[in-house]
Design a protein around this ligand. Structure first.
Ligand SMILES: [Zn+2]
Ligand SMILES: [Zn+2]
Length: 244
């Protein structure tokens, strides 16, 4: 079954959660042959989310399993904020993501991450340390795009699977899933998250996985999900039970 568990109905506050907009996303999911779509809007827009409306509109698409989740920013020490946000609605799942380090957004401009003044290996180490803490926190169903740090093409010198080992080990022992997020192919780095060596290292550890497009508009729902699913099958990856 084709699964897309990373979809932003609201985009970056590009549109409201109306029935008409929800239908655009669900129609695209059905057109692409998905069996499951999981909405996961950014936590900043909690007040604009309409989980009940999504579930009501979903009844018009009986061929689709529709879940409602949220994509949370993981920052160490902000457990209370995370707990409160996750308790706001009856979410089916949550994605824990790291988009920033020391208050600097990693995915806006190369200069933002550059301002941290870290050599690539240290940048990666710090990033994966944060992902490891997200994994160990126990809050999340899925860890989002676990090597987002590469988005603008900065690569580590040390093998990435060594730098990421603490994060992968934490994921393996906590039982959290990770996602194969296809959105990286549209970014300067030009490849999915995680990169092939990390994906193989995750597979070796038996970490369960899901697939996500990170669509911020209806037309991108399910993008490259068929290819991502085939990649997971080729590695004999266990699928995250929550979405089976
Ligand atoms: Zn994200
Ligand atoms: Zn996202």
């Amino acid at each position: 079954m084709l699964i897309d568990t990373h979809v932003h109905l609201l985009g970056h506050r590009d549109r409201p959660a109306t029935a008409a907009n929800i239908r655009l996303f669900l129609a695209e999911a059905a057109r692409r042959g998905l069996g499951l779509i999981g909405f996961s809007d950014h936590e900043e827009y909690l007040a604009d989310m309409r989980p009940d409306l999504i579930r009501a509109v979903a009844r018009e698409y009986p061929e689709l399993r529709v879940l409602v989740g949220v994509e949370m920013e993981f920052r160490p020490g902000e457990e209370e904020r995370i707990r409160a946000a996750l308790g706001r609605y009856d979410f089916d799942f949550s994605i824990g993501s790291v988009h920033e380090l020391a208050g600097r957004a990693l995915d806006l401009t190369p200069a933002e991450a550059g301002a941290l003044g870290l050599a690539p290996d240290e940048l990666y180490r710090r990033y994966f340390d944060c992902v490891a803490q997200a994994a160990a926190s126990g809050f999340f169903t899925v860890l989002g795009h676990i090597d987002l740090v590469k988005i603008f093409g900065v690569r580590s010198e040390a093998p990435v699977e060594e730098l990421a080992a603490p994060a992968l080990d934490a994921a393996a022992s906590s039982g959290v899933a990770i996602e194969l997020n296809t959105n990286g192919s549209a970014k300067p780095v030009g490849e999915w998250y995680p990169s092939p060596p990390l994906l193989a290292a995750a597979a070796r550890r038996g970490i369960p996985m899901t697939t996500g497009s990170d669509a911020h508009e209806a037309g991108r729902v399910g993008r490259e999900i068929r290819e991502a699913s085939a990649a997971l099958r080729a590695l004999n990856v266990r699928r995250a039970e929550k979405f089976l």
